[in-house]
Design a protein around this ligand. Sequence first.
Ligand SMILES: Cc1cc2nc3c(=O)[nH]c(=O)nc-3n(C[C@H](O)[C@H](O)[C@H](O)COP(=O)(O)OP(=O)(O)OC[C@H]3O[C@@H](n4cnc5c(N)ncnc54)[C@H](O)[C@@H]3O)c2cc1C
Length: 430
Amino acid sequence: MTLLDLTPRVQASSRLDTLPVAIIGAGPVGLATAAHLAQRGIAFTIFEKGSAIGDAVRAWGHTRLFTPWEHLVDDAARTLLADTGWEDPPAAVAPTGAALVADYLEPLAAHPAIAPHIRLRTEVAAVSREGMDRTRTTGRSQVPFALRLTHPDGSAEDIAARAVVDASGTWSHPSPLGSSGLPPLGLEDVSDRILPPLPDVLGRDRARFAGRHTTVVGAGHSAANTLIALATLAKLEPGTSVTWLIRTSNAKRVTTADDELEGRGALGSRVERLVDSGRVALVDSFEISALSDEEGQVRLHSTDGRHHDADLVVANTGFRPDLDMLRELRLELDDIVEAPRRLAPMIDPNLHSCGTVEPHGYRELSHPEAGFFIVGMKSYGRAPTFLLRTGYEQVRSVVAWIAGDTEAAGRVELALPATGVCDVDGGGCC
Ligand SMILES: Cc1cc2nc3c(=O)[nH]c(=O)nc-3n(C[C@H](O)[C@H](O)[C@H](O)COP(=O)(O)OP(=O)(O)OC[C@H]3O[C@@H](n4cnc5c(N)ncnc54)[C@H](O)[C@@H]3O)c2cc1C
């Protein structure tokens, strides 16, 4: 190291210690990160782009989770909440997303150790290092992070942080309908009839689907939820019908019974019965290339020249991480799933059953950019199998690393249930 390197490092390092950790996103994993930081007495700020915490979970709040409460509460959060008289919800019950927010995330966010440090309606548009774009190396790890924040009124500000935990999820970035990974040609002509994942078919959005033929695209568990809701609506509202369109030759990912997560296995079995009974029509091996308007109907065109018509299409084709906001950071991401490189082989559905996902922590989640971590749903990139328990273990280890507690950071404290929901065809889960 040269003298030129050393002086700025020493000065900057003392400044680093005075700065808070920045957490991006107030979902379950961002809030768990806050609980772990609060427990260790480390200052933090959570930036949440929504107008309330748990914004993404609220969007699918009508959907029931497939894991019960015993797997949904972070240990540090439980310890904090115990001070307030909060009691664990019934361990064996799987809540809806709305109940997860009301009965756990809201009380946690309201805790005095966390509430003053949440900034709502504040989107992190980009992350960099103060005065250092991606190309500059000297002293980089001792220079504070710079987060560019944007507000609903269009204004922007930059703030500094000692470390960044990106828990921003993937909900805002659904994968396109086209099997090439691109939006299908013709999308703009029918975009008013292409709906995002997990509409509230039996509640808020019921009138939209009643009496119409809806095609649900995708082979994951979000698709399964929507298919079950539409089949129920079809019993109640004459003229309602539903088709399930998948790009693979079988629907094993959803309908497998080989899933230790009981709720998720049950979801698959129900869809299988709906297909067998004819209440849900199945179109398989259909790779979408283009869309067109056919006298008010959406026509889906396949790469092999077939077509399929529907009044409405629900796109459940998975999610992908927003990496644009991280352009100025030095990341090490897998080429296929866009997850941190050391984590990717453990979760890539091309390689193995999801049941082999190992608990993991700061080592698998670190990047060349020291002090920056992607955690939670976003850490799985395009892989569909993330579970909250895994995220809570991630942030326990990452926060221990930030605190300098290498022993706790390196420990693994979690055993996960095996699941048989991955096969070698790829596809989506949640
Ligand atoms: C329908 C469904 C059912 C699921 N069921 C289960 C289950 O049963 N069990 C289980 O373990 N897991 C389940 N999951 C998977 C996973 O646990 C959830 O998706 C969970 O919400 C992930 O938590 P998270 O905190 O990582 O991300 P999110 O909950 O997506 O939270 C991210 C937060 O970041 C905010 N945000 C995003 N971008 C920015 C930005 N640039 N700046 C500021 N804020 C931002 C969002 O508004 C959001 O509030 C399910 C997922 C879905 C979709």
